[in-house]
Design a protein around this ligand. Structure first.
Ligand code: NIG
Ligand code: FE
Length: 403
């Protein structure tokens, strides 16, 4: 297997405190050696061993690939009018999900794949090397199964979200829809998924319905994640902790009890700055979580309703400015935090043995990602061979995958 050394790294973020300074394990004037799959060596530039190929970082910053632990990448259509209305004061209530369900149902496999790939390429151009992808915009047995097939061609972090909302045709039979999700839909979708998620919130599923769905999913062998406390203190966080979900996502409304439960659990609090931006949500829970010692992840939540965002740089900028996270807290949360939200040890850091997912920036310090918000600062994305790399994609604007 060919080896590559990346030399002359101005600032290397390893996310291993034993390798460098602070929680991000920062090294200055560093080098890293990788093969097609793994990190082989990390250390001072002057001590770097020889390799088959040399990449000159030219004093730029290098970071682990972003781990985007929450996306709804497979959808059709757009909802910019809903966004405009929100910016003029209309609150988000999840009602627009039905619009995306209608367009997604009406779209061909070929077009859905093309649109999904386009968003995937955008994510990768911004440095994402691991992506979680949910279903949730079909809400029928065959439709959810189709979305999971498309997601499964791209990633092994695939999530069944049949319990996104109750579709219109079941409006007068909520129990019937929960039965469908827990029965035939789960049976068709579980073999195609690693995770199950539920939107446990106002206008979606209540705590009891969500518990029913999550319990059935767990019995079918899936691991759990929850959309919780986006629209109110509706019990999603407590349920996620009760069920040992890997992550509870949004966490916009957190009371002291929620905070206490989260901090005493293994459940990661995933914050979604793109959604907070696009729904004008309150961002204060980030500091409350961090000050209590909770593990926080940051993700794009890429979806056409609340967060049509494919840039982790943008996510970092909002996290730093509006959530008041320190830049290093935000960078850690978008890499190592995302990995923890997916219960992964092999990504989100650059220790020896990690997957060789490496991003070289066009900037001397990683903080430029937030400081120069809106600029394209990713020079090169290296993705380790493996489930993701069936795409063989190495450049910042490389070829589109043929999922
Ligand atoms: O994570 N809140 C639930 N699901 C998505 C939004 C879905 C939509 O509005 O289309 C989210 O924000
Ligand atoms: Fe979401």
């Amino acid at each position: 297997m060919a080896t590559r050394v990346i030399k002359n790294i101005g600032e290397l973020t390893t996310n291993d405190p034993s390798l460098g300074v602070g929680v991000t394990g920062r090294l200055l004037d560093a080098a890293i050696v990788i093969d097609d799959e793994h990190v082989l060596w990390v250390g001072p530039n002057g001590e770097a061993p020889e390799a088959d190929e040399m990449i000159d970082a030219r004093d730029s910053a290098v970071i682990p690939g972003f781990v985007d632990s929450h996306t709804h990448l497979v959808f059709a259509g757009e909802r910019s009018e809903e966004f405009e209305a929100r910016m003029s004061g209309t609150p988000y209530d999840g009602g627009g999900i039905a619009t995306t369900v209608a367009s997604t149902r009406a779209t061909s496999d070929v077009e859905l794949r093309r649109a999904t790939n386009e968003r995937l390429v955008a994510l990768r151009a911004g440095g994402v090397t691991t992506v979680e992808i949910k279903s949730g915009y079909a809400l029928t047995v065959d439709g959810e199964s189709r979305l999971l097939d498309i997601a499964g061609n791209i990633s092994d972090e695939v999530t069944f979200l049949g319990a996104h909302v109750v579709p219109e045709e079941y409006a007068t039979d909520r129990d019937g829809y929960v039965d469908l999700v827990c029965g035939p839909m789960l049976e068709a979708c579980a073999p195609k998924s690693k995770w199950a998620d539920v939107f446990c919130d106002r206008g979606a599923f209540d705590v009891d319905e969500s518990r029913t769905v999550l319990s059935a999913a767990r019995a079918a062998g899936l691991q759990l994640r929850v959309h919780g406390n986006q629209l109110g203190s509706t019990g999603g966080v407590a349920l996620a902790v009760e069920m040992d979900a890997a992550s509870v996502d949004h966490c916009t409304y957190l009371n002291d009890d929620d905070l206490e439960r989260l901090c005493a659990s293994k459940t990661v609090a995933t914050l979604l700055p793109g959604a907070d931006f696009s729904t004008r949500a309150d961002c204060s829970s980030a500091r409350r979580l961090l000050e209590r010692g909770a593990v926080v992840a940051l993700a794009t939540d890429c979806n056409p309703g609340t967060s049509y965002v494919t840039s982790m740089g943008f996510v970092l900028a909002i996290a730093v400015r509006d959530m008041r996270m320190d830049f290093d807290e935000a960078l850690w949360s978008a890499t190592r935090g995302g990995a923890m939200a997916l219960r992964r040890d092999d990504v989100g850091h650059l220790r020896v043995g990690a997957r060789a997912d490496v991003v070289i920036l066009d900037a001397p310090r990683a903080a430029h990602l937030a400081y120069r918000a809106g600029s394209q600062l990713v020079r090169q994305v290296i993705v380790a061979q493996g489930p993701w790399s069936k795409t063989g994609w190495y450049g910042a604007r490389g070829k589109i995958v043929d999922g």
